[in-house]
Design a protein around this ligand. Sequence first.
Ligand SMILES: Cc1cc2nc3c(=O)[nH]c(=O)nc-3n(C[C@H](O)[C@H](O)[C@H](O)COP(=O)(O)OP(=O)(O)OC[C@H]3O[C@@H](n4cnc5c(N)ncnc54)[C@H](O)[C@@H]3O)c2cc1C
Length: 647
Amino acid sequence: MREREPAARKHFWPTRRGFLTAGALAAAGLGAMGTGAAYLGRARPELVVEPEPHLPPALAPGGGGKRVLVVGGGLAGLSSAIELAERGFEVELFESGTECGGRSGGFKTRIEGEEISLDHGFHGFFSHYYNLRDLLGRVADLSDFVPLDAYPLAPKGRPVDVFSASRLPLPFNLLKVMAESQNLSMSAAVSGGVGQMIEMLSYDPVATFERLDGIDFESWAREMRIPGSFYDNLFEPYVRTMFVRPNEVSAAEIIQLFHGYFLANPEGLGMDVLRRPFLEGLVHPLVEHLQSFGARVHTSSPVHALHVEEGELRGVIRKLAGESRLVARFTLADLPERGFREVETRIGPVFARRGEAGVEALNARCPHMGCTVGQDATGGGLACPCHGGRFDEWGSPTAGPPKAPLERLQATVVDGEVLLRSRVASRDEVITSDYVILAADVGGVQAINRNTDWPEPVRRWAKRLGQLGICRPYSVARQWLDRPLREDRYPLYAAGGYDVLDELFCLSQYHREAMAWAKRNGGSVIETHCYALEDELVSDPERIHDTALAESSAILSELAKARVVHRDVQLLENVTDYPVNGQARRPGTETPFANLQLAGDWVRIDLPLELMERATVSGRLAANRVLAAEGLRRVAVMTPPVRGILA
Ligand SMILES: Cc1cc2nc3c(=O)[nH]c(=O)nc-3n(C[C@H](O)[C@H](O)[C@H](O)COP(=O)(O)OP(=O)(O)OC[C@H]3O[C@@H](n4cnc5c(N)ncnc54)[C@H](O)[C@@H]3O)c2cc1C
C-alpha cells in the first residue's frame, strides 16, 4: 500500500466508540493507576508466530513432492495456497464460483451495453491488517490503494461527526475522538459508570469470551449503563457494520472488535481503499502469483465432499455430470396458459412453461454463483436476486454477471403428464492429496460437511461445523445517478438510526471507473449497504434501495432529486455470524485429522483480528501447520496487542 500520511482515517467497521465512554475514563483512570506509561510501551504490533531461522524455508526440489488441495478461493484459501506454493508444495485450488476472491472479489456485468466490473461491496483495508498487507505487498500494484483521510458518522437528525485518523495511543486516541465529536460529550461519557471501560480495557481473547460470550451486546450495554447518546450515535451504527443486530451479537465479539480496531490499535484506525475493481486490483494478481509457482486453480469447480477412507483423510470428491435422470413429474393441466410455474424437483426448483414446441423447463439455479432465480416481474423472464442477473424466457442471460444460460431440462409429455429429466451430477471424481485445506465459506463448509462420510470418532467434532451460522440477509446496491456529488463529500459515511441505510459510499469520489462515469455523464455513483434486513423487506430489494437512496439524500442533500440511471442490486446471505455463545462451537484451524486444516473468517484464531485479516491469518495458520508437519520454517503472523491494558 502507498506509504500513508502520518494519520489514517477513522473508519467504520470497528469501533472506536465505546472507548469514548471508556476514553474519558481511561484518561483519568490510567493516569491514576500509573499504568499508562506501561501500556504505551505495549501498543505496538505483536509477532505471534515467529519463523524459525534454523529450519529450511522450502521443500527440497525433487524431494518426492507434497500435494495440497485447497477448497475455496477467497482470501483464506488464496493466502494458504500462496504460502505453500511458494514453499515448493504442489497446490491445486478449487473454487465453486466463476472467479476467485469470494466476498472480497467481484464480477462483471453490463450497463447499457458496456461491460464493467463490480465488487461484492466496499472494503476497507485497515492499516493494522499486517498479514494481508504483507501478502498484497508481494503481488499487487500498491499505488492503487489510497488512504482515506476522514471517516464520518452520520446519525439520523444529528450533525455528522467527522473523525480524523491518528496514531495516538491510549488514552489520547479516546480523548481525541471525544474532542472531535458533536454528538458525544465527556459528561455523558462519565455518567454511566466505569464498568464498560474496565471491561473493554481488560480484553483477553480467552477470558473475555468466558465472561461475555453468553450475553448479547445490547443487553450488556444496558447492564453497563452505556449512555443513550453513545449507544445510538456511536455503538449501534458501528456494531451494525458487522452485518449484525446489537441484540443478537455476542458482547465478547464486539469488545474484541473494539479492542483490535481502535483501543489497542497502534495504527489508529487508518484505512486504504482500492481505486480499481477488486478483480483487477486484488484477486487476479493473487491468482496469477499463485499460478506463477505452478499451482493449478479451477474455478466453477465445487468440491462435493472430503474423501475419507479407512478413517484417514485422503483428498476431496467432486461430482461430475452423469446420466439423465427423472427429477419430477406433474400434470400438464397444472401449467398456466402463459408464464412460468415453479415446480419442486429432486434437483431443486425448476421453472416450467408452455412453449411452442411443448414444455420448456429451466433449472432455477443461477449459473453465476448458484443463487435461486425467481420470476422477473418487469421483464417476463427470470431474475437472480443476488447479483442482478436476468434471463429471458428461454433462459438466456440478458443482463448482469451470468454468462451461461440456465440449465434446460428435458421435458416430455406422456398422456397429459410432464416428465422432467436432468443430467444429475452423479459420478464421483476422487482427487487425492497429502493435505487438504478447507477454506470455503460457512454455506460451503456445511454442504461439504453434510456430504462427507465422517468416521465415527470424528462425528462429534464435525457436528460443530454443522452448527456454524450465517447472518441475516444484507443488500448492497450501486446506484448511477444523474446528479453530481458536492466536491467536499467524503468517500464513506456510516449511518445511524435510519430505517434501512447502514453505510453509504461515494464511489465517484475515489474509484477510477466511477469517477470517469460521473465525469462523462455529469452524475455520481454511490453504493448503499443495508444489513440484518427485516424479513418483510427481503423479498423486495428494489424497495430497500429506493428507501436507502431517499435516506442517503438526507446525508447528501444534493441527491434529493436525483434520478437513478442504472442500479445494480445484490441481496445476499453469506456472512459469518457471531451469535451469543458461538465461540465454544467455533472450530480452530486444527481438526481431528493431522492433514486437514480449516481456514476462513469464521475460524476461531484467538487473536483480535476480524474479516479480511482474520481470513488471511487463518489461511496462514493453516499453512503453518502443514509447514510444521514437513519440518519447514513457518510464516510470520502479526497482530495488534493481543490483550488490553488491564488484562
Ligand atoms: C459487502 C461486504 C463488505 C465487506 N467489507 C469489509 C471491509 O471493509 N473490511 C474487511 O476486512 N472485510 C470486509 N468484508 C468481509 C470480507 O469480505 C470477508 O471477511 C473475507 O472476504 C472472507 O474471506 P474468506 O476466504 O474467509 O471467505 P470467502 O471470501 O467467502 O471465500 C470462500 C470461498 O469458498 C468458495 N466455496 C464455497 N463452497 C465451496 C465448495 N464446495 N467448493 C469450492 N469452493 C467453495 C466460495 O465460492 C468463496 O469464493 C466485507 C464483506 C462484505 C460481504
